[in-house]
Design a protein around this ligand. Structure first.
Ligand SMILES: [Zn+2]
Length: 196
């Protein structure tokens, strides 16, 4: 009844950027490789949801209670960068220019899609700012309509706590997605940030 080949093709086709033909090519490639490779592949997939969780402090993906950045004492606790998604942290880290800490929202405001402020779960961010009292919060959400709306909302909430908020400069390509920006552009966007 259930055909493992067809099943894997169907699963791979659901990945972004993978059409059915590519999915079939990948499936036959895996089938033609050593069985150990397919087993390691399956094991890694199971481990993803089994072992990866959200860092207790920044909410980025982590294997331990605290991620590598939050548990690194050399990071500047006075600088807090708020991003939309985990790949944004990875993009900023590739540049090696930023030495502060992070907070990952996992969401952006989108009133048209019915995504309001409650989706941002700002309670944990507010608590962290109150407790850690950073000298600056850099809001690095994408430079899209949703990203800008989110940045303004967060700045409004945090300014009430007396913390300085800044916004990354424009100039990022592809709808302002950090993930797809090169290191130089990202470094410039960080350096050119302005107060909100
Ligand atoms: Zn963390």
């Amino acid at each position: 009844m259930n055909d493992p080949i067809a099943e894997l093709v169907a699963l791979l086709s659901r990945l972004p950027g993978i059409g059915e033909r590519t999915a079939a090519r990948l499936t036959y490639h895996i089938l033609g490789s050593e069985p150990e490779y397919a087993q390691a592949f399956g094991h890694a997939l199971i481990e993803l949801h089994g072992r990866v969780r959200r860092c207790e402090r920044c909410r980025n993906y982590a294997v331990e209670a605290l991620c590598g950045i939050c548990s690194d004492p050399r990071r500047d606790a006075g600088l807090l960068c708020v991003v939309a998604r985990p790949p944004d942290v990875a993009a900023l880290e590739r540049g090696h220019g930023y030495r502060g800490q992070y907070y990952v929202l996992h969401a952006l405001l989108s009133p048209l899609d019915g995504i309001g402020p409650e989706a941002l779960q700002l309670g944990a961010l507010v608590e962290r700012v109150q407790r850690g009292a950073p000298r600056e919060v850099i809001i690095a959400t994408p430079l899209s309509v949703e990203g800008e709306a989110t940045a303004l909302y967060i700045a409004q909430e945090l300014r009430a706590l007396g913390v300085r908020c800044s916004r990354i400069a424009s100039g990022l390509p592809h709808g302002g997605e950090l993930e797809f920006s090169d290191q130089v552009t990202l470094a410039r966007a960080l350096e050119g940030r302005r107060d909100l």
